[in-house]
Ligand binder design. Sequence first.
Ligand code: NAD
Length: 492
Amino acid sequence: MEPLNFINGQWQKGHSGQSFDTLNPANESIIASIVAADVTDVEAAVQAAKDAFNPWRLTPAPLRGELLFRVAEILRERKEELAQLLTKDMGKVIAEARGDVQEAIDMAYFMGGEGRRLLGYTAPVEMHNKFGMAVRDPSGVVGIITPWNFPIAVPSWKIFPALVAGNTLVWKPSPETPAISAAFVKVFEDAGIPKGVFNLILAPGADVGRALVSHPDVRVISFTGSTATGRAIAQDAARLNKKVSLEMGGKNAIIVMEDANLELVSDATLWSAFGTSGQRCTAASRLIVQKGVAGKLKESLLARTKQLKLGDGLNAKTDVGPVINKVAQERIHGFVQAGKKEGARALVGAEMTAVDGKGFFYEPTLFDGVLPGSMLERDEIFGPVLSIIEFNTLEEAIEINNHSQYGLSTSIFTQDVNRAFTAMRDIASGLVYINHGTTGAEIQFPFGGVRGTGNGHREAGQAALEVFTEWKSIYVDYSGKLQRAQIDNREE
Ligand code: NAD
């Protein structure tokens, strides 16, 4: 299927007249050529979403939920087909691509169930013959802007709660993944989504995203991507008093105590650091190891990292796929070169490479001797690069974790319950794992980070509904007379 924009229920080419190509990063073949949308298309999409809002808002929430269940069923039927397309579009290995689709299935069922919940509350009121309740209203037209690294899972964290709550939306996915994005929207079309409720805009560059953020009829922006883009979006949106939910960069850490099960640490570290070629927002890029076990752990990691097989993600034997594109490959290499210059030692990897002469690959890299506060310890690299930092005490390890400008995911390996509970209390991150790597969030819990990673909102779980609903407090006075709160019924 040629990826097209989906506006008011119609698949259509963009008005820019200009095409952009997307490449399979494993072999550089062209996946799709897309005629890009421009601001005219944004205008049409927002207008369609605006027109569709009232009927969708007034559709009973349980019926909106049922549509999500139909989406879930179709996703299940197409899981393999979608996973293969996803791997071609952005490179992650097929097992992870299946997981990406599964996350959307899980979220569809979870949020479909919200159609019969969307809980508000009642509370006692201070007057006689008066009733009070708080209910959730949809916000209106929502703008959704997403990255390429979880092209189905991340959008699903936003799209399902937005829809079940009664909003209509315009989605601008990353220009790196238009094919899988259009295939995802097709599922909603086939499930019977009314026209205008869900609109898709495909375009490269920042202009179309900015037009969506700056459109006065878009009331909420839900964004996942880099911290720099998120900040720019927040500034644009602030001019129009919009609600903005930002999920941004990470510099996640695994803390290893001397009493840890090192074999488990080694399994979890390889998965967290090099899965999705290190391009997860929750990827572990710092391994903070207590000095007594650092030597042994490095030895095991080094041996196992050398054995990782790079290749096309569609090949079941591949451990690590490509990175997203040439620019990313060169950017990662720039970080690695700078890391060497600041005195860290690359134990393995540290090279751009190709497989069968093609593709944008980066060798899984381990850096030793990384110091707290150095560039390697501080900056998000978003590639398969793991920096090893040594420490003496648990307090020191937590301090190294918490001083990061980011605060998404931290894990700690220890068999000591006192240390585990101290870490649970003192680690300042949105996600904390005990004896598990930094990735593996489940959709029923809030997802998001602190400091430079987020702006106080959470995705997934019921927390996601806070982003896409407005609280409305309703008072019903059945006394038949004027009753003044805080004044009547009070003794002076
Ligand atoms: P990016 O910031 O370059 O792009 C994200 C999206 O924003 C894309 O759709 C892009 O076209 C759009 N965009 C770019 N400039 C814009 C502007 N000025 N106005 C509006 N839209 C604009 O990010 P990316 O390279 O696609 O993704 C990688 C980043 O995403 C990493 O930093 C990663 O940590 C982060 N990420 C975070 C989470 C999380 O939940 N915290 C999850 C996944 C990825």
